[in-house]
Ligand binder design. Structure first.
Ligand SMILES: [Fe+2]
Length: 208
């Protein structure tokens, strides 16, 4: 599996292309801001785009969905975030915890990680996790937005802390860094550390 991280737009958002190196079957994650750059990368790498995966419904992660998906591609978003869509994109489908999304020969797992939004998900692949606005390098997502929940974010961090240490972390914004691993974040990310130690009250105090 190969990952291309593209920093796009005025808020340091990351969009990702993920693909199977043998078949070139690919998925795009959180297409936003500059679809022409994403489509140019798809062409340059010779990829067959099968679907759009959204980590959550905030506009800064989804504002290029229509430009990238056309009319044909399935667009996956957890239905708990449908309420924040201005318009439902063609091809919209929900994802649920524990499901696997198939992009041709490429398979990605779905981990429902509410907190930043009720429908936030992380997508897992061998050796990687795409964490959207749930987990940033050294930070966690905001929980002061409509539908946010600090309590839910704690439970989600407990789940993320259980992922293999070697899994690469690919966040939704370039805030304190662009990538890391779950293992390194368990040592240096205060929020992941608190979740790992079962310190729920301290986590809630720290995020609010
Ligand atoms: Fe967000």
């Amino acid at each position: 599996m190969k990952v291309k991280q593209l920093k796009l737009g005025p808020m340091d958002n990351f969009s990702y292309l993920v693909w199977d190196e043998e078949t070139r079957d690919a998925a795009v994650l959180d297409p936003a801001w500059q679809p022409e750059k994403l489509l140019a990368a798809v062409k340059a790498e010779g990829l067959k785009l099968h679907c759009v995966l959204l980590t959550h419904g905030h506009p800064d992660h989804i504002n290029a969905v229509a430009a990238v998906s056309g009319d044909g591609l399935p667009v996956y978003l957890h239905e708990a975030d449908y309420f924040m869509l201005e318009a439902r994109p063609a091809g919209l489908r929900t994802v649920a915890d524990g499901e696997q999304v198939q992009a041709g020969s490429l398979k990605l797992g779905v981990l429902h990680t509410p907190g930043h939004t009720p429908g936030s998900v992380c997508y897992t692949a061998p050796g990687a996790v795409f964490t959207g606005d749930t987990l940033f390098i050294g930070e966690c997502g905001r929980v002061d937005l409509p539908g946010s929940s600090a309590e839910a974010l704690y439970d989600s961090f407990v789940r993320l802390a259980a992922l293999p240490g070697e899994a690469a972390v690919y966040p939704g914004h370039s805030y304190n860094g662009d990538t890391s691993t779950i293992g390194v974040q368990k040592e240096y990310n205060l929020y992941l550390k608190l979740a790992l130690q079962g310190r729920r009250e301290d986590f809630l105090k720290a995020v609010l």
